[in-house]
Design a binder for this molecule. Structure first.
Ligand code: SF4
Length: 200
């Protein structure tokens, strides 16, 4: 674990007043030189001095608050006129599910309320896209050094069906994934048919 940085859990990029105040206090008290917004809608504290990390982590919810997984979601209905679904509602439930999971590697999830996909759903480990017929769920996307568009697992899902399928595919990945194997490489190794057979 890198003990010069800390990224507290911030569901869907939301920061309440209490966490904001605690972060400001920690940055001042431990003279942390860098605070940066990440692509995953979180705030990264960087340049923490050796020996300060445990105290910084404790002040911000403990080491478990630095969850490796995250969910990004577009604003969706009613903020965006293109929205076809409640991306923030589904994203919040997905974030709660992911926060407690011990998975082979970090999982990035993207939730978009329409096919324009502002939540970058197709290049995330787990992607949800809202359509007029319901949610589409994608798995195994990645935007990294070896980019991969996620595979469509199912269409026309209700919110509860989408969450259920997300839980099943994550459980399969949890059980069959190798340590540090991201979902893109996992799907390539297992084969899409095996993933579909296990979760659909
Ligand atoms: S994905 Fe669609 S609903 Fe979401 S912000 Fe983009 S255009 Fe709006």
């Amino acid at each position: 674990m890198d003990k010069t940085t800390f990224k507290p859990r911030m569901p869907l990029g939301r920061l309440d007043r209490d966490l904001l105040e605690r972060m400001a206090q920690v940055v001042r008290e431990y003279d942390i030189p860098v605070v940066r917004a990440t692509a995953g809608q979180r705030l990264l504290l960087a340049g923490i001095q050796p020996g300060d990390w445990e105290a910084v982590a404790a002040a911000l919810g403990g080491p478990e608050a630095a969850c490796p997984h995250y969910v990004q979601a577009c604003p969706g209905q009613p903020a965006c006129s293109f929205g076809l679904a409640d991306s923030l509602g589904l994203g919040a439930e997905l974030e709660t599910m992911l926060a407690g999971m011990d998975l082979p590697a970090k999982v990035k999830a993207g939730v978009s309320a329409c096919p324009r996909s502002c939540g970058e759903s197709l290049v995330r480990d787990l992607g949800l896209v809202g359509r007029s017929s319901g949610w589409s769920l994608y798995f195994g996307g990645n935007a990294g050094a070896r980019p991969r568009v996620g595979d469509l697992l199912a269409n026309k899902l209700s919110t509860q069906e989408a969450l259920g399928l997300a839980g099943r595919v994550l459980a399969f990945y949890q059980a069959q994934g190798k340590p540090r194997e991201r979902t893109a490489r996992f799907v390539e190794r297992m084969g899409l048919d095996a993933v579909r057979e296990a979760v659909l």
